[in-house]
Design a binder for this molecule. Structure first.
Ligand SMILES: [Zn+2]
Ligand SMILES: [Zn+2]
Length: 461
C-alpha cells in the first residue's frame, strides 16, 4: 500500500472535539466517528468515558486478539489519541504470534507507541491540544526526575507513575492501564508525558517509525554518544534499527559506514541509504584460540575472528606514522542493532541466534578510544558478554547502552521529523507495507520472518 498524507484535517478534528467539550456527546456521535460505527455508548462525556474502541489485547495464554474495550474516562493529564499508524517492533513477535507459558498478570494493549490525532485532553494537560498530531512514545519522560534532569530521559524513573492509571475496561470489567504498551489500537489513551506534538507534512506511517525502532537507531548515532564528523562507523544489523542508525551516522558526518548484515536485500538497501561497505557475517569464522603462556594482553582477544580482522583491514589508515596522526586500530564508533532471535526467520539468520556475539565483536572491534553502543534486547537471560578485565579496567574504550537508543522523544522527535521533511532522513524506505488492525498478526509475521523490512498497522484506515 502506498503511503498517504494524513487524511484527518486539523480543522475537522478541532471542530468535532470543541463541540464535544461544550456540548457533550453529540459531535462525537456524528456519522463517521468510531463511537457511531460501534453503536452509542452508555455514557459519553468530554472525559470520553464509555467510548468504545477496538484494540489488540493480550489477556490469556493464547496469542492476543482484537477485542472491544470501553474507555474509563480521562484523568487530569491524560489525553485521547485516534491512532493513524503504529510500527510493529520485532521484540514483540513472540508475544503477538505465539501462546505463552502463563497468562499475563494484567491484560495489555499491544504495541510500542504510535502516531495519531489528539481528540480529547484532560483539564490539566498543557503540552498538547485537541487537533494536534502526536507521536506517542513507548516510554514517558517526565522532565523532572533525576534521570530527566541529567538529560537521560530514556531512563525516566517516573514512567511507571504516569502509566499505571487504568485507561479502559474489557467486557468483563477487567481494567487495562497503559503500562504495557499501546499502538495496536483505534484509540491511544496516555498521559501527556508520552505524547510529542509534531507539526510536519511527513506522513503518519513514516512518523510511526520513530517511537521505539527508528528512534533507537537514530539515538545510538546522535544522542548520548554522538558519532563524530569524519569518523569510521561499523553497524551490526541492517534491520529498521540499524538502518536508522546508519542514517543518523550519515547525518552526523561519518566518513565510512560499514554495515554487517546476513540478509541480502537489507545489505542492498543499506548501500542505497548511504553505507560505504556491506559485509555478510556468515562469510566469516570465529574460533576460540588457546590461551598463550603469558596470558592475554590488553589488546588481545580470546577469539580469532575473521570479521573483526577484515573490518580492521578495511579501516587501515593511509599511513602507519604514529607521529603523523596515525595509530588508530579499529572503528571510532560501533553500533550493535542485532539482538536475540525471537523466532526462526525465513530469510538468512545471522551466525549467533543469541545476539551475544555481535555485542562481543562491537567491543573487540572498537578502537582504543572509540565508543561501542548497544540498544537491543532479546538475548537469553543467562547469556554473558565477556570482556577481559585488563581491557575493561585500565583502558579507554567506551561502552554505553540505552533504552530506545537514548533518544529524548520530546527533544528529538521534532528534529527527526524536520530531517525527514528536508530529505536527509528517509523513513519511507523502511516502511514496506501497511496493514489494518484486524491483520496485525500478519504484519508481525512478516516482521518475524524478516521477509520485508518493517510493517506498519493503520488502525483507523
Ligand atoms: Zn519496540
Ligand atoms: Zn523523568
Amino acid at each position: 500500500m502506498a503511503l498517504k498524507s494524513s487524511p484527518v484535517s486539523r480543522r475537522r478534528v478541532l471542530k468535532a472535539a470543541g463541540a464535544a467539550a461544550v456540548g457533550g456527546a453529540s459531535a462525537l456521535l456524528g456519522s463517521g466517528t468510531v463511537a457511531a460505527q460501534q453503536g452509542a455508548p452508555a455514557v459519553l462525556t468530554n472525559t470520553q468515558a464509555g467510548r468504545k474502541f477496538k484494540a489488540v489485547v493480550k489477556f490469556s495464554r493464547d496469542a492476543p486478539s482484537v477485542v472491544e474495550l470501553t474507555a474509563r474516562g480521562l484523568t487530569a493529564r491524560q489525553i485521547l489519541v485516534r491512532t493513524e499508524a503504529a510500527q510493529t517492533c520485532y521484540t514483540s513477535v513472540r508475544q503477538i504470534l505465539m501462546p505463552s507459558a502463563s497468562a499475563p498478570g494484567q491484560p495489555s494493549i499491544m504495541g510500542h507507541g504510535g502516531v495519531g490525532i489528539v481528540e480529547a485532553v484532560g483539564p490539566q494537560a498543557i503540552s498538547v491540544r485537541v487537533g494536534d498530531r502526536v507521536v506517542v512514545a513507548f516510554h514517558a519522560s517526565c522532565g523532572r526526575c533525576f534521570s530527566c534532569l541529567w538529560m537521560r530521559s530514556d531512563q525516566c524513573v517516573n514512567r511507571g507513575e504516569v502509566t499505571a492509571a487504568p485507561i479502559c475496561n474489557m467486557a468483563d470489567g477487567t481494567s487495562i492501564s497503559f503500562a504495557n504498551g499501546t499502538g495496536m489500537t483505534e484509540l491511544m489513551i496516555v498521559h501527556e508525558e508520552h505524547a510529542v506534538p509534531v507539526f510536519s507534512s511527513v506522513t503518519s506511517p513514516e512518523l510511526a517509525m520513530l517511537p521505539c525502532v527508528g528512534g533507537s537507531g537514530l539515538g545510538m548515532a546522535t544522542a548520548n554518544a554522538p558519532v563524530k564528523m569524519a569518523s569510521d562507523v561499523v553497524i551490526f544489523g541492517a534491520g529498521p534499527v540499524g538502518l536508522s542508525a546508519l542514517q543518523g551516522a550519515k547525518i552526523k558526518g561519518a566518513s565510512r559506514i560499514i554495515m554487517v548484515e546476513p540478509i541480502r536485500y537489507r545489505r542492498e538497501l543499506a548501500m542505497k541509504l548511504g553505507a560505504t561497505d556491506v559485509l555478510d557475517p556468515n562469510q566469516f569464522k570465529r574460533e576460540a584460540r588457546p590461551r598463550p603462556a603469558n596470558g592475554f594482553g590488553r589488546d588481545d582477544y580470546r577469539f580469532n575472528d575473521g570479521l573483526v580482522d577484515r573490518i580492521r583491514e578495511m579501516l587501515k589508515e593511509p599511513t602507519d606514522r604514529a607521529f603523523a596522526g596515525s595509530g588508530k586500530r579499529g572503528p571510532d564508533h560501533v553500533m550493535e542493532a542485532v539482538g536475540g532471535d525471537q523466532m526462526v526467520p525465513k530469510e538468512a539468520a545471522g551466525p549467533d541466534p543469541t545476539g551475544i556475539v555481535p555485542m562481543q565483536q562491537a567491543w573487540e572491534l572498537c578502537s582504543k578510544i572509540g565508543t561501542a553502543i548497544s540498544c537491543t534486547i532479546g538475548q537469553p537471560e543467562n547469556a554473558m558478554v565477556q570482556i577481559p578485565g585488563s581491557q575493561f579496567g585500565d583502558s579507554s574504550k567506551n561502552w554505553t547502552n540505552s533504552t530506545g537508543g537514548g533518544t529524548n522523544d520530546r527533544r528529538d522527535v521534532p528534529r527527526y521529523a524536520r530531517l525527514m521533511e528536508t530529505g536527509q532522513l528517509n523513513m519511507k524506505a523502511l516502511v514496506s507495507k501497511t496493514y489494518p488492525l484486524n491483520q496485525t498478526k500478519e504484519a508481525y509475521q512478516v516482521c518475524a520472518d524478516r521477509t520485508s523490512l518493517a510493517t506498519v498497522v493503520t488502525p483507523n484506515a
